[in-house]
Design a protein around this ligand. Structure first.
Ligand code: AHR
Length: 519
């Protein structure tokens, strides 16, 4: 027995010495990163956007009309189109949001002077003249090279109206709706694949229970088909709000898998719905609160995916996070119903961390839409008359576009903590992928507001030798791009790394986003 004990203690001593020496050799948090043939591809649609008839997103945002002095193509601003093409935006969701369940698509087609005006009840009670409709949106998507994602009206529409919209946009043959489309000047169908089956059916989309909506869904899904039986239409069910797991469970249990291509999820990083705080003038306490809500996305997609796994173990149905982002008080003096807010380094950190979470869950999260694209909530673009600025969130999206359709590389690490006021969050947030040309990209976010963090990556495991990096950082968390100083925050080449004995050691400054490229 004694002999056995001494063998054990000798073994433990060796184990601890070895472990300690591994730790003492490490120059920061060790990230284990190794390609895996079975890892999923990161669907480019995770990098999607959202454009609602809300505030200045469409009117006085994307769309200025073809009489505007601002350079435009059929009324759509050329500078916005160029900026979004550079992002390679894969898809754009429209026309809402809450607006979708009040929208009757036939109001927005045909001669302009015959289109009715309506009141946008959800967003500021403004009059909507329907001058931007189906043709305008779908043609704009063609300009952008983005796939349209149309949200249909289940809350206040009819099955017939929804089915007609699909026939109008998608049917090539002769039919009442394709004839109408041709009369309105469009011969070829647009072939829209992604269809949202209502929006927030638990709230602005009709205040339905999960059980009631599941039944409604089955009815609508029966008639929302591609009219040509090619199975090319993807129906995305209105999904849960944040941690409403009952919603996902009810849908998955009650809707046959063959009627369901995607289940949505909405989660906004809001500290307190009654006191959201300002978008620029925020405290560290508010920053910590926003980041706690943002990092909750990890738990949300894990738990919603686990429910989906029970009913769909082959993972055929997509989890579609079609609204996410930071939501603060509107800018002082602006219309409270327009949800216009500035965008700071806090939003860059939020975006980088959320996109890393989506990448790492690419086996189930196959689409997502940042809310929203222009002039609303966590926008990538802000406009003021003829001026346009790109926000820190835009730059994160641009740095991360390398992950679109690249193969995920699984990673493992134990994050150091960002400690604030006796509370803590994981400080580091990382994802990695290998693209079709063999380039490896590792995107890293340091959430800590004060402390830099170092990471160490074994380059031999990655099979790359030459490293370059880009960083998005600034002096303060509140820094942002403004119409007077539009390029204060921009990605820059980064040299804060070294390669030592086959290991890459990267120093990540506080509240910064870094993308490393390895060849
Ligand atoms: O993005 C703003 C609003 O937030 C959307 O219209 C709605 O779906 C959500 O509640």
């Amino acid at each position: 027995m004694l002999k056995f004990k001494s063998i054990i203690s000798r073994f433990l001593a060796i184990f601890f010495v070895t472990t300690l020496s591994v730790y003492s050799q490490a120059d920061g948090t060790v990230i284990t990163i190794k390609s895996d043939d079975n890892a999923p591809v990161i669907n480019k649609h995770i990098y999607g956007h959202f454009a609602e008839h809300l505030g200045r997103c469409i009117y006085d945002g994307f769309f200025v009309g073809d009489n505007s002095e601002i350079p435009n193509t059929n009324g759509v601003r050329n500078d916005i189109v160029e900026a979004l093409k550079k992002l390679q935006i894969p898809n754009l969701r429209w026309p809402g949001g809450c607006f979708a369940d009040t929208y009757h698509w036939k109001d927005g087609i045909g001669p302009l002077d015959q289109r009715p005006t309506i009141v946008n009840t959800w967003w500021g009670g403004v009059t909507e003249d329907n001058s931007f409709g189906t043709h305008d949106f779908l043609n704009m998507c063609e300009l952008l090279g983005a796939e349209p994602y149309l949200s249909g009206n289940i809350g206040s529409g009819t099955v017939q109206e929804f089915a007609d919209w699909v026939q109008y946009t998608n049917f090539a043959g002769k039919s009442p709706m394709s004839d109408l489309r041709k009369e309105n000047g469009r011969e070829k169908p647009w072939k829209v694949k992604y269809w949202g089956m209502g929006n927030e059916a638990w709230g602005c989309g009709g205040n339905m229970t999960a059980e009631y909506y599941a039944n409604e869904y089955r009815k609508y899904a029966t008639f929302v088909t591609d009219w040509e039986n090619t199975g090319s239409v993807a129906r995305i069910a209105s999904g849960a709000s944040s941690d409403d797991y009952h919603w996902t469970e009810t849908l998955m249990k009650n809707v046959p898998a063959k009627m369901l291509e995607g289940v949505a999820l909405h989660h906004y990083s809001v500290i307190d719905w009654n006191n959201k705080g300002e978008s620029v003038d925020f405290t560290e306490d508010q920053y910590f609160g926003t980041m706690s809500e943002a990092l909750k996305m990890e738990e949300l997609v894990t738990k919603h995916s686990a429910i989906m796994d029970k009913y769909d173990p082959a993972k055929k149905i997509d989890l579609v996070v079609d609204e996410w982002g930071g939501w603060y008080d509107v800018e002082k003096g602006s219309n409270p119903g327009f949800l216009y807010q500035q965008n700071t380094m806090r939003d860059a950190v939020l975006a980088g961390a959320t996109l890393n979470i989506f990448n790492n869950h690419a086996d189930r999260v196959r689409m997502a839409n940042l809310a929203q694209c222009v002039n609303v909530l966590q926008a990538v673009i802000l406009t003021k008359e003829a001026k346009m600025i790109l926000t820190p969130t835009y730059h994160v999206m641009e740095m991360y576009k390398v992950h679109q359709d690249a193969k995920l590389i699984p990673i493992k690490f134990v994050s150091p903590l960002y400690i604030y006021n006796n509370k803590s969050l994981p400080a580091l947030n990382v994802s990695a992928s290998k693209d079709s040309k063999g380039l490896v990209h590792v995107s890293m976010v340091n959430v800590d507001s004060k402390k830099e963090n170092k990471v160490e990556i074994d380059l031999n495991e990655l099979g790359v030798k030459n490293i370059t990096a880009k960083v998005l950082t600034s002096k303060t968390l509140q820094d942002h791009n403004s119409f007077d100083n539009p390029t204060k925050i921009q990605p820059a080449d980064y040299k804060g790394f070294e390669v030592k004995k086959g290991k890459l050691i990267v120093t990540i400054p506080p509240f910064s986003v870094i993308v490393v490229e390895g060849k």
